[in-house]
Design a binder for this molecule. Sequence first.
Ligand SMILES: Nc1ncnc2c1ncn2[C@@H]1O[C@H](COP(=O)(O)OP(=O)(O)O)[C@@H](O)[C@H]1O
Ligand SMILES: CC(=O)OP(=O)(O)O
Ligand SMILES: [Mg+2]
Length: 406
Amino acid sequence: MTATRVLVLNSGSSSVKYQLLDMSDSSRLAVGLVERIGEETSRLKHTPLATGESRETNGPIADHEAALKAVAEELAKDGLGLDSPELAAIGHRVVHGGKTFTEPTVVDDAVLAEIERLIPVAPLHNPANLTGIRTAQALRPDLPQVAVFDTAFHTTMPEAAARYAIDVKTADEHRIRRYGFHGTSHAYVSRATAELLGKAPEEVNVIVLHLGNGASASAVERGRCVDTSMGLTPLEGLVMGTRSGDMDPAVIFHLMRVGGMSTDEIDTLLNKKSGLIGLCGDNDMREIRRRIDEGAEDAAQARLAFDIYIHRLKKYIGAYYAVLGRVDAVAFTAGVGENAAPVREAAIAGLEALGLAVDGELNAVRSGEPRLISPEGARVAVAVVPTDEELEIADQTYALVRNGNA
Ligand SMILES: Nc1ncnc2c1ncn2[C@@H]1O[C@H](COP(=O)(O)OP(=O)(O)O)[C@@H](O)[C@H]1O
Ligand SMILES: CC(=O)OP(=O)(O)O
Ligand SMILES: [Mg+2]
């Protein structure tokens, strides 16, 4: 029997999203999510696609190792356990691959060591990714574990976009440059956008707006990334759920000298207590829109947070329009981009001179399919293109192991 199944693990700082796929037809066998790892109120939601009936387990899950073991138990209940001979490989999302990894990579000790070395530049993500890999290795030591890096798609950025304008020697010594993240999503969505336009990826220039809890924009020229908004770490760029995005770096010196804050306190402030949550107390765009739309008592604060979020997004659309010179499509994706029509409308509003517009009726359509929301005949397409990082990771993982390369 040929092993055609791939388990994909997308380990975040406090969550694990997973999917088991059969790559003979790219179908899903099971999907699930473990949330709030490390808290008392952890939750595992598991759905075997054969029945479509979800099971939920609530109660403390201490760490990512325990989370993955719980996932393995749930899969086993459906006869989809990790001991299955049909499993060909386990694919892992790894957030930071530095400049080392430009392709999906079969994990060995040297690869693990390099992912570990990169922890200081992805402190929220790489430790969780490592635990995911090590736990999976312990459960199935005989299987290839494949790392698919968020940074890989961005390694094509030219030096002019990737370098910060700081002393070159210092930058090189500490490997300070812009790496970019969410690359698996930017790659998948830019390709799917080309397909929606009936073109090959090499024929189009696309601005991809990945708006989830973390958020980033990218400029994709003929299938290759030429700029992206995240930098050395996933902190730079757009306003995010809990991260500040761009600001004058002197804010940090000021907080240290005048505010008396420590490096760790500022790190926590900018990564976990800023962005939408810092501006208005909510990091969920649904809640922010509810406050605005219902005219809640604290609507003004939510409105300001929304406006700052949109202002930054619009600046990046303009910047990447200039970087690309000619734009064929702007694609919205991830939780906010796929679901929040008011965000899409506001971000594109006023950009008619650039050939960009949103049709109100098309924008209001709710669907899981890629779709155009620009008016018929528009010079530049505006699209909603659902991302599928797990499918992309599974594809890349299977492509690497199916020919016995592993
Ligand atoms: N219907 C919706 N309207 C507005 N925002 C939504 C909606 N559904 C989800 N979101 C937003 O999507 C975010 C999560 O996006 P997601 O891509 O799943 O993020 P991540 O992968 O970073 O956890 C939530 O924080 C929420 O703000
Ligand atoms: C890199 C990054 O920001 O990832 P996420 O959006 O999953 O936090
Ligand atoms: Mg995400």
